[in-house]
Design a protein around this ligand. Structure first.
Ligand SMILES: NC(=O)c1ccc[n+]([C@@H]2O[C@H](COP(=O)([O-])OP(=O)(O)OC[C@H]3O[C@@H](n4cnc5c(N)ncnc54)[C@H](O)[C@@H]3O)[C@@H](O)[C@H]2O)c1
Length: 399
């Protein structure tokens, strides 16, 4: 059993606690911190947490705590990480790790210097569908990954601080692009270096100083592309979708809207339907087990198993730092309107990796460009001559 101090009693604190205490889990939030006594007490009562405090230092230094989970606004992650590391506690931090890569790198250095366990709580790489898809990709089911498209859009976040750059570090890119970027990294290969980013962003709808819509592309050293599409201006609930295109196959994932449960209710279902749902009448898309569908259950299973066994979780602070570095390049690209290099003062992956492109030999003289079965039943072959480069076609009649 891991005894946890939870910092923050907002939306993510609720999801985390429900996931940890859910089913027959042995892990417990043993102490909860909130800056407001009233919120701390109410949260502790609701989730049967024995102790609560309004003193963050006391929470992380508590002698009966093994691990600290950080569920505070983005600008407070660094000080909480440093306090937990100095208290010699395992530290698990929500996304994004920092408001920029410099902050994230300092957090990585703090936990490594202290020698404490660290986990980056990137739940969306742990959804059951994503884990299944990652297994298939790693087993070679779709060949080499060429392009990953990841999309997270909804009508905007639920708390004031997200909309204020000073507290959040940015808009939809840092809030949701962090998920999409890490999903793509997992499919493309976390040891492949992200090289450069081009990104468009705008504030299309909301009266704020941060972007509420963005589309970006991250080019990796092996030529693969990770595309992220994020919006706080999307209407209709929360849309979470991923596409993975490989040399030998394709995967499409739909995590939220229209995932298999569709319900019509004329009278309304009196309140909450699913995260960021915009209506409780008409056609609705409820989710059977939200915490599981969003990856929280498998995430804590991995992270706490690794903590107990002295291993390394699927996502740690190094990953959070790489994601922040890609986001920094995206913001710079929005300003310059140019492809912008990802600055990685620390890189632990591979270098000089080969390009993902494949070459298919057809015969001694030709490469095969394309083979297609035609309506006549014949097979058409498009070929390229190896020395002259000439492109030609051959039709092989059906037998
Ligand atoms: N899928 C995910 O992994 C996911 C989802 C939602 C939020 N998050 C992350 O979790 C963190 C918190 O987001 P949230 O949705 O729970 O926000 P929230 O606004 O619902 O809750 C924030 C919590 O922090 C507290 N807080 C705010 N300002 C504070 C301050 N100055 N000092 C101390 N406490 C303060 C609030 O009282 C509240 O308890 C953010 O980093 C966010 O990006 C992650």
């Amino acid at each position: 059993m891991t005894r946890i101090a939870l910092l923050g009693t907002g939306l993510i604190g609720r999801f985390y606690t429900e996931s940890l205490h859910g089913k027959r889990s042995r892990d417990r939030v043993a102490l909860v911190y909130s800056r407001s006594e009233e919120n701390a007490r109410a949260f502790a009562e609701e989730f049967d947490i024995p102790r609560h405090t309004t003193d963050l230092q006391a929470a992380v230094n508590d002698s009966e705590i093994d691990a600290v989970i950080i569920g505070l606004p983005n600008h407070l992650h660094e000080q909480a990480v440093v306090a937990a590391a100095e208290a010699d506690k395992a530290v698990l931090c929500t996304k994004p790790l920092g408001t920029n890569a410099a902050e994230s790198l300092r957090m990585l250095q703090a936990v490594e210097k202290a020698g404490v366990f660290h986990g980056y709580l990137e739940d969306l790489v742990y959804t059951p569908k994503t884990l299944k898809a990652l297994g298939s990709v790693q087993a070679g089911a779709i060949g080499d990954v060429l392009w990953v498209r990841s999309r997270e859009t909804h009508p905007g976040p639920h708390s004031d601080w997200f909309w204020n750059k000073e507290f959040s570090g940015g808009g939809a890119i840092i809030d949701m692009g962090c998920h999409c970027i890490e999903i793509a990294r997992n499919f493309i290969g976390k040891d492949i270096r992200p090289v450069e980013v081009i990104c468009w962003a705008d504030t299309q709808v909301h009266p704020v100083d941060v972007e509420d819509h963005a589309v970006g592309m991250v080019r990796y050293e092996n030529g693969a592309i990770g595309q992220f599409e994020v919006s706080w201006a999307f209407r209709g609930g929360m849309d979470l979708r991923d596409e993975v295109a490989g040399t030998e196959g394709t995967i499409w994932l739909n995590h939220w809207l229209r995932t298999g449960m569709e319900m019509f209710s004329a009278g309304g279902q009196s309140g909450y339907v699913a995260e960021k749902a915009e209506s409780d009448t008409g056609w609705l898309f409820p989710v059977g087990d939200e915490a599981a569908a969003l990856g929280y259950v498998d995430m804590f299973t991995d992270v706490l198993n690794q903590l107990e066994s002295g291993g390394k979780p699927m996502e740690d602070f190094y990953d959070g730092y790489i994601v922040n570095a890609i986001i920094d390049a995206a913001y710079a690209s929005v300003q310059s309107k140019q492809w912008t290099a990802v600055e990685l003062p620390l890189w632990r992956g591979r270098t000089n990796v080969p390009h993902v492109g494949v070459s298919r030999d057809f015969d001694e003289e030709h490469l095969l460009i394309k083979r297609e079965k035609m309506p006549s039943g014949a097979t058409k072959l498009i070929l390229r001559h190896k020395t002259t480069g000439e492109v030609s076609q051959r039709v092989v009649e059906a037998e």
